[in-house]
Write a protein that binds this ligand. Structure first.
Ligand SMILES: [Zn+2]
Length: 288
């Protein structure tokens, strides 16, 4: 039996992810979730494709394609419960919120149709991105990076590295990500909720922002934008409080690739930050 043999298929919302549509079809059929997903055989590493079995020889038209989202900017399968408060399908079994494939890109923080910030599991806020100039500028920065094919390759890479700098735990022990400090700002703006705790990460992890929980991911994205603004516009703008290691890493990668002023600014920031206490203790221990 294949997908095409099913007696009922859910209505497709334009651009909907495969998993979202499969879930809607399951609900339309009234099937048990455990049996359904065992039959669907999603690849746990990328739940938009099947693992081995070939039951998807046909899928309806209009579904979105996760392959358009670069792998290093994709949201991990564990964090794909994303919805827009106004994107709904009025199905015979009730209203449902589809997940769009383009929302599986970490740079999608807002529904392009309704200009509302996307919601993640424990949040159910209806916030117009245009209601806050900072949120709007941040969204445009991310959207330009995601959609604008004319953006230079080096600029793409620079923004990706800023995001990676904000995403990692730079401490030699388990700890929080560099960009965690921006979380309070997003909470203050009424978007993130206290029920989205930050998680401890292994040293140097995670390898990509999509692996972070929604609250941490948003903090890293906001923090990367703050850093980009500060580096581009001058240090008078609020600079995110990343550890020295993050700035040194950026300095090593970008000193000779950025316009002189921006490169020099990163080097100055890295040089101006004190070393971590435990690192200096280790070093002095070695000297003895
Ligand atoms: Zn929407």
């Amino acid at each position: 039996m294949e997908i095409s043999d099913l007696p009922v298929w859910a209505e497709v919302f334009p651009g909907e992810s495969v998993q979202s549509w499969l879930e809607a079809t399951r609900v339309s059929l009234g099937l048990d979730a455990h049996d359904w997903w065992a039959w669907c055989a999603l690849d746990p590493k990328e739940t938009e494709r099947q693992a081995g079995k070939k039951i998807w020889t046909w899928l309806p038209e209009g579904l979105g394609q996760v392959t358009k989202v670069p792998i290093d900017l994709r949201i991990a399968p564990a964090w794909r419960e994303i919805y827009c408060p106004r994107c709904v399908v009025n199905a015979p079994v009730g209203l449902r919120h589809p997940v769009l494939a383009k929302w599986l890109d970490v740079r999608s923080i807002c529904c392009d149709e309704h200009m509302l910030l996307l919601n993640y599991r424990s949040t159910s806020k209806c916030i117009d991105v245009g209601s806050d100039p900072e949120l709007l500028a941040w969204h445009y920065w991310l959207r330009e990076w995601r959609d604008d094919g004319s953006l230079a390759v080096a600029e793409h890479r620079f923004r990706r590295d800023l995001l990676l700098a904000a995403t990692r735990n730079w401490s030699p022990t388990s700890g929080l990500i560099a960009g965690v400090g921006s979380k309070w700002l997003l909470t203050e703006k009424g978007w993130l909720v206290p029920g989205m705790p930050s998680r401890l990460q292994q040293p140097g992890c995670p390898g990509r922002a999509g692996m972070l929980s929604p609250g941490d991911r948003m903090s890293a994205l906001f923090s990367a934008w703050q850093a980009w603004m500060a580096i581009g516009e001058g240090i008078s703008l609020a600079l995110p409080k990343w550890p020295r290691e993050a700035w040194h890493w950026l300095d090593a990668r970008w000193r000779t690739r950025l316009p002189y002023e921006r490169g020099a600014l990163i080097a100055d920031i890295a040089a101006s930050l004190p070393p971590r206490e435990h690192v200096s203790r280790l070093r002095s221990g070695r000297r003895r």
